[in-house]
Write a protein that binds this ligand. Sequence first.
Ligand SMILES: [Zn+2]
Length: 152
Amino acid sequence: MIRKDTFWDLTAHFTATLLIAALFLIYSKDPKVILYCFLGGVLVDLDHLIDYFLYFGFNFNLKYFFEGRFLLSRRIYLFLHGWELVLVLVLLSFLNKSLGLWTFTVSLGVHIFIDNIQRDNKLFYLFSYRLYHKFNAEKLCPNLSERLDSFV
Ligand SMILES: [Zn+2]
């Protein structure tokens, strides 16, 4: 049901998040850092739901979601997947000196790094780049047609 690349992507995010959470937990002794790590490192992928709902409406199908069938919209928004957001959060973390914000920010940065190294288009995770291309999936993902053909 889950594509092999999706499974390995989730495994990588989960593993990296566990490691980051362990490091912050050792450093801070505050169990709340585990929650912030999972928000930034794993649950940030819930923004794929926004792309899904924009295409399918609120008619949710778990199989279609994990297959990425919302790509049939030929639009990719992923509002939380952007290096610009990480940069803003780094600045806010410096200003606020908040361990929780730092934890979230590091986890999100590692999450986007893991996503980024898997992409052929290395500019994909710049939100401004996707905006410049009007979120057009065919321009952002050179191999999109192969993926869309697999849905037929
Ligand atoms: Zn992601």
